[in-house]
Design a protein around this ligand. Structure first.
Ligand code: GDP
Ligand code: ZN
Length: 380
């Protein structure tokens, strides 16, 4: 895939960019390469709003979207998003467009590596269909023998983990290579060193982490927005809020495709029945002598319970129905898709702007003008 960093800022006379961050109704759009403005520094980013006609047709704008910008105001670093280019991929949780790679980060110690939790994260990642890099941090805390043992064990699962230490700066070059020219989503439980890793990979992010934003004195982890960071060697990296037990919601058959151990066995020969779930059915060719088989059975039971809940909720008089989204999660959606709008107070608009961690040379001071651009925001 072409990396966003390689994409031109202009195609013909259309100005294009990548949405790097979204908050409330504002979008930071990065121009690749930065557009030179006569007699001044080049403009790498524009603070954009979304054209009303996009809103009317329900066109969402996500982090990672390639967008066309109209009416750039170079002096004020502003613009308006006029169109969203077709997405190559779309993740719903976290909401990121055009990602092609997931980097799953776990720690080899502190916290202790929990195989069931790792399996959940792996399955969740496999469900997206994106390429996966498994990264085990804090290798400085264990002996080489232990590192090798984990490598061998995870190879049995079908993964080749990259063992790194952010603290000791070990094993980072191969990791950088695996991120080059890709749009990567970083994920993993909290405490494993994801923030430390992002800070190492993107030194500019460090400033943003330590800087408390605006008058509210909030740090970046209290705001739940997703942000893309540009990697110096090319490529983009999105971090996601840490979560401990991702819920798996997919069909039992989908789950069975998320285990490399099963995939390898099925690449040799097929089970007698196409809907075989490999629980000892007649004509099943998948053996049960692999380490994660019990995890598989446990998750299978969970998926079946969830599938049943989806089925049971399909009664017409309920206000909500459950739906399994492409990325696997169960979503609750209203049967009647009434759109609600609420007026946003000037005060809350100002607060959301205070949350922005970018300095626009004071151009955000003119909040009155900005307030007039967007009087309404969608109520979600
Ligand atoms: P996050 O919650 O995944 O973002 O993790 P943090 O980056 O906040 O790190 C959690 C803790 O692990 C911090 O105390 C870090 O200093 C520590 N840490 C991060 N990387 C390493 C490492 O490579 N080795 C060791 N020993 N500790 C690390
Ligand atoms: Zn089978």
């Amino acid at each position: 895939m072409t990396s966003s960093a390689d994409l031109p800022a202009w195609i013909g006379d259309e100005l294009l960019g990548t949405v790097m961050a979204v908050q409330a109704n504002y979008y930071w759009v990065e121009l690749h390469p930065p557009v030179a403005k006569p007699g001044a520094l080049s403009v790498p980013r524009l603070l954009c709003t979304r054209r009303a006609r996009l809103k009317k047709v329900g066109q969402q704008v996500m982090v990672g979207d390639r967008v066309q910008i109209e009416e750039p105001d170079w002096a004020g670093h502003r613009g308006a998003i006029a169109a969203v280019l077709p997405r190559l991929t779309q993740l719903d949780r976290p909401p990121v467009a055009n990602a092609d790679h997931i980097m799953l980060v776990f720690a080899i110690a502190e916290p202790e590596l929990d195989c069931h939790q790792l399996t959940r994260f792996l399955v969740k990642a496999e469900l997206t269909g994106l390429a996966i890099t498994l990264c085990l941090n804090k290798r400085d805390l264990v002996a080489v023998k232990t590192q090798t043992a984990w490598q061998q064990r995870l190879a049995q699962w079908g993964y080749q983990p990259q063992l790194i230490s952010v603290r000791e700066q070990l094993g980072l070059e191969p990791l950088r290579a695996s991120l080059r020219d890709r749009v990567t989503v970083i994920s993993g439980p909290s405490g494993v060193g994801k923030s430390s890793l992002i800070n190492t990979l993107i030194p500019a992010a460090q400033l943003r982490v330590s800087a408390v934003s605006g008058k509210l004195g909030r740090g970046r982890h209290t705001t739940r927005h997703i942000e893309l960071f540009a990697l110096s060697q090319g490529g983009l990296l999105a971090d996601t809020p840490g979560f401990n037990q991702p819920d798996i919601a997919c069909s039992p058959h989908q789950l069975s495709t998320c285990f490399p151990e099963i995939r390898t066995q099925l690449s040799q020969q097929q089970c007698q029945f196409a809907d075989c779930l490999h629980r000892g059915e007649p004509g099943c060719v998948v053996d049960q002598a692999w380490e994660r088989y019990d995890h598989y059975r446990q998750l299978l039971a969970e998926c079946e319970t969830q599938a049943q809940a989806v089925h049971d909720s399909a009664t017409p008089d309920e206000a909500f129905k459950l739906k399994i989204a492409d990325a696997g999660q169960v979503q609750k959606e209203p049967r009647l898709q009434a759109k609600k709008y609420r007026r946003v107070s000037r005060r809350s608009r100002k607060q959301s702007l205070d949350d922005w961690r970018y300095d626009l040379d004071g151009s955000l001071d003119d909040l009155e003008a900005l307030a007039d651009i967007e009087a309404f925001t969608e109520f979600e």
